[in-house]
Write a new protein. Sequence first.
Length: 118
Amino acid sequence: QVQLVESGVGLVQAGGSLILSCSASGRIFSINAMGWYRQAPGKQRELVATITRAGSTNYADSVKGRFTISRDNAKNTAYLQMGSLKPEDTAVYYCNAEVRAVRVTTYWGQGTQVTVSS
């Protein structure tokens, strides 16, 4: 079994910054892509950013230039640096990972609340 643990619960003022981390543990041979998603109240979960094992990244238009995704393959950990935060960034943020063990399986973290006050 694999667990993803997110950290970085935060309440921050608009314009501020926050870093989230997501660490994977358990039966892991390697991790392909990792990503961050978010879900605001009353809205569907949406992609924020993804990163491949090689480091190629993809961002939602709404966060381009403000957020940076990175990862440490040796630690099975992904990070999301969030800057110039806006109230509309308020959501529960989830990480996910495509984990190779016997086969490739996508796992999700439990989610972490980010609240941006105006």
